[in-house]
Write a protein of this length. Structure first.
Length: 190
């Protein structure tokens, strides 16, 4: 008898070996002919026959856009590629920043006195412009890439939004300068 210390042993019954054990019962109760080994799933037949099934052609896998979370469909691009995409359209922001700087300079010099306060004001304005650029890039990523499935090839939209802000900032500096407003009124005839 089996070792009764095992929990499964009480449910196990030993059976003495019997002739034909390991061979499943055949239809009609016959055993396979002696001399031929039994092979599961293979019938012994007199002559070979052609298969009754056709093989289907293989189909290429087309990605459906779903898959494991975090698995991207396209390979990751290097950091240099992303930096190059940020530079495309940078001339808009650079020209607007130069315009804002000149307008700030006119405003700061016309006020006279210490330039520390106006300089900090200009630096804060540039930080706001950089934040606007980052926000524009984030919105572009969420809306264009994730929602619409488009690929952004440049940062022209974000640079254009930043340029509009910087030009408006320069005009606001000029509007605070008294002699520029008086020249503008004289030119326009108001």
């Amino acid at each position: 008898m089996a070792d009764q210390t095992q929990p499964w042993a009480e449910r196990t019954v030993e059976v003495p070996p019997q002739p034909g054990v390991g061979i499943p019962p055949q239809p009609g109760g016959e055993l396979p002919p002696q001399g031929e080994p039994f092979r599961r799933g293979v019938a012994s037949v007199g002559r070979p026959r052609a298969p009754r099934t056709e093989s289907f052609p293989t189909v290429e896998h087309e990605p459906s856009g779903t898959g494991w979370p975090g698995a991207s469909q396209e390979p990751r691009r290097p950091l240099s590629w992303h930096v190059e995409q940020l530079r495309i359209g940078g001339e808009y922001s650079a020209a607007a920043a130069l315009f804002a700087f000149v307008c700030w300079g006119i405003w700061a010099l016309s006020g006279g006195g210490n330039l520390t306060g106006p300089f900090l004001t200009f630096l804060m304005s540039l930080l706001v412009a950089a934040g606007l650029f980052g926000l524009s890039r984030l919105l572009g990523r969420v809306v264009l890439e994730r929602q619409l499935g488009r690929i952004r090839r440049s940062a022209k939209g974000a640079h254009a939004a930043t340029a509009v802000f910087l030009v408006g900032l320069g005009i606001a500096y000029l509007q605070q300068t008294a002699w520029v407003i008086s020249v503008w009124n004289w030119l326009t005839g108001f």
